[in-house]
Design a protein around this ligand. Structure first.
Ligand SMILES: [Zn+2]
Length: 538
């Protein structure tokens, strides 16, 4: 087992509580696999810690659609999954008496069964409830372009409910933890102590001892040299057991549903089964991008799906594996852009147009050189650095041809730059962000850009909020938030593209918030003091 795999979630949840969970899953095979994949990523339900997963599925059940989420490629049947995951989770078909039971209903399996939690997904709608949904009229179930996204988002929210209900979420989260070597130096003042001592990890910091007798010198030990069990000794309280669904149900999808007295009053489906083509740029192949990219692919005819992933990270880290679903242990140390593109190309083989570009997005990719002197608000520091470079050319071509851009990255300035690129090229822009138990998705267009929405200063911020050590503020992160947010970015991108092609007439929300798992529509408006056309300030 990997030592620091769960480092980024240790401050959010009681990891041993997670490990000892007992869950029983029944219903749709694909959604069961999705849930199991997220259980895997969180390190939940470990046999070695008294946890267990039981799954009520026929061994020959087909799981191909969702198998990309598991860290093993090429699986298509449930018995193949059992062979691989049995050791960690002790997979059986029989629930233990204390198991929480989750039942998944979707286009493939529509049978009802009573359980603790019900996940119902149909025609682009998704509902989490504590009772089997009743329909005024049984809906005619069709495939839709956002099924895969909604199923993943719904499973993420169901697992979030499990975390809440089991009381294993920390009431105050600790966003980072590390080990420090502390050294007492008698009779030496702090400034001198810092000069006299150093370690292979660089200089230390020092403070004066309270009695004036010397200094206390500290050295930070890097994560990879820290025994993982040492990082687990910190105890802090968890919130009391709660629920996401005080009224018994909650909608998860951007497509709203009407439920009164437990009965669904549903309009006929108006979503297409697939888009015939899509040209997408995903900026950032971390947590959000690694969920969103394959889900976009699942809503488009693969032969006409063109995807460019742009990511500047030099290497997949061990602690990315708790939520960045496209990566496996063997990817550690390699650039995300190339590894994710390779994985996607192997998963969606029919589609040859998936490419990864290992680079950051810079001003010279967005603007023509002659336009730049007119734009005094943009940052010019990286301008022309690699102007004739082939990577830059590839990025420019990708931007020129995109129908839709997904901002799946870790800093505001790049989002704002990418937003501007989308406005100028009349492409749909989907913003997304997630941290700890909060996530957001929203569509910004030429009426409300990043600057209108967040203000000049925030929109230009270069602070890197990241799960990387190099980020100025490493953030805590867990798969339930990341999977929901990435999946909803894909869903909004597909819905907006369908709407633009007049294939869609349903009502839907152009933005949603995830707050501890509670899903609410997001109001997208300008800050009142921002005036003028978006092209003039974006
Ligand atoms: Zn604007």
């Amino acid at each position: 087992m990997l030592g620091h795999r769960h480092h980024r979630q240790l401050g959010l949840v009681d990891q041993s509580g997670l490990e000892s969970l007992n869950l029983h899953l029944s219903g749709d095979a694909g959604m069961i696999v999705t849930t199991l994949a997220q259980i895997e990523q969180m390190g939940a339900c470990q046999v070695s810690a008294g946890g267990h997963v039981s799954v009520d599925l026929e061994p020959s059940s087909d799981i191909a659609l969702h198998s990309w989420q598991l860290p093993v490629e090429g699986l298509s049947k449930w018995y193949e999954v059992v062979d691989i995951l049995n050791v960690q989770h002790g997979l059986t078909r029989t629930a233990t008496p204390n198991s929480m039971h989750l039942h998944f209903r979707s286009r493939k399996v529509w049978n009802e069964t009573s359980s603790d939690l019900q996940v119902t997904v149909w025609n682009g709608r998704g509902v989490l409830s504590d009772f089997p949904l009743l329909f005024e009229e049984d809906p005619e179930i069709n495939n839709t372009l956002i099924d895969a996204s909604i199923e993943i988002a719904a499973c993420a929210v169901a697992l979030q409910q499990v975390l809440l209900q089991q009381g294993i979420i920390r009431s105050i989260s600790a966003t980072d933890r590390w080990l420090t070597l502390s050294v007492r130096i008698d009779d030496v003042p702090p400034e001198a102590a810092v000069d006299m001592f150093s370690s292979e990890y660089g200089p230390g910091t020092a403070t004066a001892l309270p009695d004036g007798s010397g200094s206390l010198l500290r050295f930070r030990v890097p994560l990879e040299h820290t025994p993982p069990e040492m990082l687990r000794i910190l105890e802090h309280p968890c919130t009391e057991s709660g629920t996401l669904i005080p009224n018994g149900w909650m909608s998860i999808s951007p497509i709203p549903v009407e439920i009164y007295d437990g009965i669904v009053y549903d309009q006929p489906a108006k979503l297409p089964a697939q888009l015939e083509s899509l040209n997408a740029v995903v900026l950032g192949a971390g947590g959000l991008g690694s969920w969103a990219a394959p889900l976009l692919a699942q809503g488009v005819e693969l032969a006409n799906f063109d995807l460019t992933l742009i990511d500047g990270d030099d290497a997949v880290d061990e602690h990315n594996l708790n939520r960045q679903v496209l990566y496996k242990e063997s990817d550690i140390g390699f650039p995300k852009a190339t590894q994710s593109a390779e994985r996607l190309a192997s998963l969606f083989g029919e589609c040859s147009s998936i490419r990864g570009i290992h680079s950051r997005l810079e001003s010279n990719h967005i603007f023509e050189p002659e336009d730049i002197h007119e734009l005094d608000t943009i940052s010019l520091d990286c301008l022309f650095d690699d102007y004739s470079d082939t990577t830059s050319e590839q990025i420019k071509i990708a931007l020129k041809e995109m129908d839709v851009g997904l901002a799946c990255l870790d800093n505001m300035n790049s989002r704002t730059l990418f937003n501007r690129a989308c406005i100028d090229r009349d492409a749909i822009f989907i913003n997304g962000g997630g941290e700890a138990f909060e996530g957001l998705v929203e569509i910004l267009d030429s009426n409300v850009c990043m600057t209108c929405r967040y203000g000049e200063e925030s929109a230009r911020s270069r602070e890197v909020i990241s799960c990387q050590e190099v980020g100025t503020r490493p953030v805590a992160s867990i798969v339930t938030t990341t999977a929901w947010t990435g999946a909803m970015q894909a869903a909004l991108a597909l819905l907006a593209s369908a709407e633009r092609r007049e294939l869609l007439s349903a009502d839907w929300f152009k933005g949603l918030d995830f707050n501890m798992g509670r899903i609410q529509p997001r109001v997208i408006g300008r800050l009142p003091w921002i005036q003028g056309n978006c092209n003039s300030h974006a």
